[in-house]
Unconditional design. Structure first.
Length: 267
């Protein structure tokens, strides 16, 4: 056999193999295409599931509406609203009450400090040669009616050096203690004994004396918290028992008989 025949046979066999491979690949491609079409047909024929978002939202909204229709929820809401309303009403009531109390307090303080006039009317020597009797006068100038005053013990002090020494004092009768109704005028007496040996002599021959009158004032006979404290001090120069009037006149260049007391402005 010639070399030319061998080459032709080899070429023919190679061509057959290539043809068989091509046919095999073509069949594979066809099968794949058929499989793809079947999947597409199955997908087309399969039932579709619809998902509706608005439907879910409406269901939730319906649930919320149903919740608001619940008697329990409505009762809680009404109770909360009533609680807020009651709290606001109580707050307004308390504010108005506090305002009225402040106004009443200011009115009472004005009556106690401005409408009630306290005056030291006189001081006279007692016959025992040791004590003195002072008279205090209360005058009510308020047009609102009587003032009810608690009379406390009057304190009397005598200056000794740079200090004040309290001396014995007491009401000169039942009228100087307890609660009294002051409609216009009221007066009461106090006895005191200035038994101080080394008293300060600011004016020749006279003791320096402080009289302190503490009162509790109300506009009702049986007050509660509507009470105001009124403190009224008086300062006087007091001529002691057994003083020498001529010596006082000479030392102080005073004309006439030296008085028992000389009032001073508050200080």
């Amino acid at each position: 056999m010639s070399e030319e025949s061998i080459d032709k046979d080899a070429l023919i066999r190679d061509l057959r193999r290539q043809l068989a491979a091509a046919q095999s690949e073509l069949r594979l491609i066809k099968r794949r295409q058929e499989t793809g079409r079947e999947l597409i047909d199955e997908l087309r024929e399969a039932p579709r599931k619809t998902v509706s978002v608005p439907a879910r939202s409406s269901m939730k909204l319906g649930r919320h509406r149903g919740l608001w229709r619940s008697p329990l929820v409505l009762g809680v809401v009404v109770a909360v609203m009533l609680a807020f309303a009651v709290d606001a009403g109580v707050g307004r009531y308390q504010a108005n009450l506090a305002k009225q109390q402040r106004q009443a307090r200011l009115t009472l303080e004005n009556a106690a400090m401005r409408s009630l006039y306290v005056e030291l009317k006189r001081i006279v020597s007692e016959p025992d040669g040791k004590s003195f009797r002072l008279t205090l006068s209360l005058q009510n100038t308020s047009p609102a009616g009587p003032l009810y005053v608690m009379l406390n013990p009057v304190a009397v002090y005598v200056q000794s050096g740079m200090t004040w020494r309290q001396v014995p004092s007491r009401a000169a009768g039942p009228g100087g203690m307890g609660v009294v109704a002051v409609d216009k005028d009221y007066a009461y007496d106090v006895l005191f004994t200035p038994d101080v040996a080394q008293w300060a002599e600011l004016i020749p021959g006279y003791m320096h004396v402080r009289i302190q009158d503490d009162l509790l004032v109300s506009q009702r006979p049986q007050p509660g918290d509507d009470v105001v404290e009124r403190r009224t001090p008086f300062y006087v120069y007091l001529k002691p028992h057994g003083a020498n009037d001529e010596d006082i006149k000479a030392r102080s260049k005073m004309s006439g008989t030296p008085p028992v007391f000389i009032p001073m402005p508050p200080h």
